[in-house]
Design a protein around this ligand. Structure first.
Ligand code: SAM
Length: 280
């Protein structure tokens, strides 16, 4: 396991992922009934952007640092409020990962279960989230197995975030296998699967394999490309396949993606895409 998220914290992909994630959690809070969140690939929960790893790549400069220049925008308020809560007096030094964002937004009746396989990162995650109630950290533990073990939740409604490092060649296959198991156990759950856009052929195969999962309900593809997608190596963009996206969130997607293109474009070909893979 070579991947450490600390090298990439706060980059354009994190901003895309976390902005939409916060919107989804907030929409679930519109009803009083409790909900459950499963985060299968947790990372360490909180990142020091002045630390050794983040300083070496400076990826946050094209992500959260640029987005902050638009901090007055109403669509960013909930997300930036959590980022700011970590940065009272330090000029944006710390950046929250997905488990921290979720944990900060939960109410007393809601619950988060988060998995991390890397032993050191898992220990750091446990320490970083220690102050939050309603949060259970499973580490070191395989998040793919959680989809069979933790679902369906007693709460009956909730979100699953699947955010793998994609360092193994069969990672897309592992995602399909785990998602199929999850859907069999809990077909009404809302599943957000994040992926990097490096190879368009691979992504088309992934979308085809997702569509073939039995019992799948409405499923959306949301992608953000801050620059032209070229055959050159590297991550040109990223996306979500989102099974059963929270209903109220749909109206916000287009303006959010437009805002991301406007604020994080790296060239004039920056773009986004929102399409149903499986329509309602
Ligand atoms: N979701 C996090 C966030 O948004 O802040 C970032 C997660 S990072 C992209 C992927 C993480 O998954 C890494 O910390 C890696 O160690 C961990 N990991 C890799 N394989 C795993 C597995 N099978 N189960 C759980 N965690 C895994």
């Amino acid at each position: 396991m070579n991947y450490r998220h600390a090298f990439h914290a706060g980059n354009f992909a994190d901003v895309f992922k976390h902005l939409l994630w916060v919107s989804a959690v907030q929409h679930l809070k519109r009803k009083d009934k409790p909900f459950f969140v499963l985060d299968t690939h947790g990372g360490i929960g909180c990142y020091d952007l002045q630390g050794n790893e983040a300083s070496r790549t400076e990826e946050a400069m094209q992500g959260i640092v640029r987005l902050r220049q638009h901090s007055e925008h109403p669509l960013l308020q909930d997300y930036l409020a959590v980022v700011d809560s970590l940065n009272a007096d330090n000029g944006g030094r710390f950046y929250p990962g997905s488990p921290w964002l979720t944990a900060s937004l939960l109410r007393r009746q809601d619950r988060l279960q988060v998995f991390e396989l890397h032993p050191q990162d898992g220990e750091q995650l446990r320490q970083n989230l220690a102050a939050f109630s309603n949060v259970k950290v499973e580490a070191p533990a395989n998040g793919y197995q959680a989809l069979a073990a933790a679902l369906p939740p007693l709460e009956k409604r909730g979100l699953v975030l699947i955010d793998p490092p994609f360092e193994q060649t069969d990672e897309f296959d592992q995602v399909i296998d785990a998602l199929s198991k999850g859907i069999r156990r809990w077909s009404h759950g809302s599943y957000a699967i994040w992926y990097p856009i490096k190879d368009r052929v691979k992504i088309a195969e992934f979308h085809r394999d997702v569509s073939a999962i039995p019992q799948l309900e409405k499923t959306l593809v949301i992608e953000f490309m801050p620059r032209a997608v070229t055959p050159e190596k590297g991550m040109h963009g990223c996306g979500f396949v989102w099974v059963n996206p929270p209903y109220g969130m749909l109206n916000e997607l287009e303006p959010m993606l437009k805002l991301l293109v406007q604020s994080l474009a790296q060239d004039q070909d920056a773009s986004y895409r929102i399409d149903w893979l499986i329509e309602e």
